[in-house]
Write a protein that binds this ligand. Sequence first.
Ligand SMILES: [Zn+2]
Length: 285
Amino acid sequence: MSSLVEVGEGVWVRTSERFVTNTTVVRLAGASCLVVDPAVDPDDLAELVAALASVSLDVAAGWSTHPHWDHVLWSSGLGADVPRYATAVNARHCRDHRDKVMARLAEASAGHELDLCARLTAVDLDAAGLARFELELGLGIGSGIGSGIGSGLTSSAGRCRVIEHSAHARGHGALFFPDLGLFVAGDMASDIEIPLLDSHPVDPVGDYLAALRQYEALIGSVTTFIPGHGAIGDGRELERRIAADRAYLSDLVSGRPSDDPRLATAWLATEHERHLALVRTRALP
Ligand SMILES: [Zn+2]
């Protein structure tokens, strides 16, 4: 039996046991597909390759939502020459800090084909917050006008937009497919992980809240959303999670103790301590 679960027309998810990590597969033209964040250990990737074969899907492209080690993976089974796309910031980070990304990856999960991981191609985005994403495979048929942009293939996935922000990680690119009502959220809006702040920005909480506003704007158009880790949900569940994330961040910045149930997990309690220190540091004049 395939480990891929079809969660919508032409949309599949494979969930790895480790960190409850979701890999999303979206059918493009014909039997080709886009694979978002294949994860997480080498045996997971091997099983993903077998599962794709079992449903007769060929991998035409990959997408990395952000430059953390468990979101930049790839394997020869998925296709060594298949393009793996990302935001320009993500692609640049993986190129400029390759040693660091690779060291973290090798430490966290042994046995990956390292030469194939974190090799990303930047997509061109327009100036809008909801930018166009025009894969040269026919996926991006961008604005809906002139279908046939790129190679001229017709995509069953229709349009796709990158929702780029800098919450959680620099160059974070979630994918929104308006014609499918599908939102691939990246490492946000999880039922099992608190908002995990990137330590690098000047205003990590402000960046996070800005990203939540971008996500909130999609709620009415989303029928299925897939977080990087945790359970998938519908538009109402996305709304609920955004509210939970806002409540957590509000407590964090105001110094109130948090009763967020996700903090019962030990490593997330540790992350919470990091956040407290981060907020204290940033609050200094
Ligand atoms: Zn992450």
